[in-house]
Design a protein around this ligand. Structure first.
Ligand SMILES: Nc1nc2c(ncn2[C@@H]2O[C@H](COP(=O)(O)OP(=O)(O)OP(=O)(O)O)[C@@H](O)[C@H]2O)c(=O)[nH]1
Ligand SMILES: [Mg+2]
Length: 291
């Protein structure tokens, strides 16, 4: 065997081996990619606030601890209605440690419209809304976002009333009753087990398809669910806590606004219902005049 042919054979053997190695590495890489959980898209966390300065630090700590552990990129957008309780100072301090942004509305008030302001300032295409008072557990956020992606849901809520969900014992009985009755009134509008939820996630594209949004009152999740014509709801069970600090802003005026909102939603969802009700009332009035 000449020196030249030995070199050629060695070269061919090495060439075959390197091709096999490359194929093996490629195969391993493909297997790794297929078993690795898909990366969650980044999310804008939106929190409406009115006089919640005392809750903001714990909120930011818990939100970012949960999201960092799940390796999800996020920003926290605080939409405050000129609370003047130190919110601006606390948010300024938090912004040095976390991706926190504060938007102060000086000429507008209202939880629902604050959430919509948050959507229009959000950097990312996934939105998650939660209250500032820690009644909603931030630790549930990664599961809600996973649900939004994995099952291709268009609206995911943290539910108190679905299977596995609960409300802590010391939530006042009257608040339970009001919440339960309000939910019952909304039943024909949505299959959600907790239509009064303030803890929910959706995509920007879902919000963008909303028709005639009317963000009055407190129940923006229900408004969005109906007006965005959501079809694929998802739910994650949560334990609803009592507020950590500060005072409730829920007043009787908000309850009346909810009833007004319901009328609008029924009209939107069942446009034929109003003429039918009118005809029935006219027939009944006619009958009562005859007899
Ligand atoms: N920007 C803004 N946020 C508000 C307004 N009213 C309430 N919020 C915020 O909306 C969230 C929910 O309000 P809460 O007062 O906790 O209402 P609730 O959870 O139904 O009532 P509680 O169970 O008593 O806490 C909190 O983060 C509030 O600070 C408002 O007018 N503007
Ligand atoms: Mg609250």
């Amino acid at each position: 065997m000449t020196l030249l042919s030995a070199t050629q054979r060695m070269y061919r053997a090495c060439h075959c081996m390197s091709i096999r190695c490359l194929a093996l590495a490629g195969g391993l890489f493909a297997v790794m990619i297929s078993v690795m959980p898909p990366r969650q898209p980044p999310v804008s966390i939106i929190t409406p606030t009115f006089r919640e300065a005392a809750n903001l630090r714990s909120l930011a700590q818990r939100v970012f601890a949960a999201l960092d552990a799940a390796k999800i990129e996020a920003e926290l957008l605080i939409i405050d209605d000129n609370s003047q309780d130190g919110t601006e100072e606390v948010a300024g301090e938090l912004a040095k440690e976390y991706p926190v942004r504060l938007i102060v509305r000086r000429d507008q008030r209202g939880l629902s419209s604050a959430v919509i302001t948050g959507f229009s300032h959000a950097r990312f295409d996934r939105f998650l809304v939660l209250d500032a008072d820690l009644q909603h557990p931030p630790e549930a956020i990664p599961d809600m976002l996973k649900r939004l992606e994995a099952d291709n849901c268009d609206f995911v809520i943290g539910t108190r009333y679905g299977a596995g969900g609960e409300v802590v014992q010391d939530w006042p009985a009257i608040r339970r009753l009001v919440s339960w009755t309000a939910g019952l009134l909304a039943r024909p509008l949505t299959p959600l087990s907790d239509p009064m939820a303030g803890f929910f996630a959706l995509r920007r594209s879902t919000w963008q398809r909303a028709k005639r949004l009317n963000p009055i009152g407190y129940k923006i999740a229900l408004e969005l669910y109906v007006k965005c014509r959501c079809r694929r709801p998802g739910e994650i069970a949560i334990t609803f806590q009592t507020r950590a600090a500060g005072e409730s802003k829920l007043t009787a005026t908000q309850q009346v606004r909810y009833l007004r909102q319901l009328v609008g939603l029924y009209h939107f969802r069942f446009p034929w219902l109003f003429p039918v009700v009118l005809v029935v009332l006219l027939v009944l009035a006619g009958w009562s005049l005859l007899f």
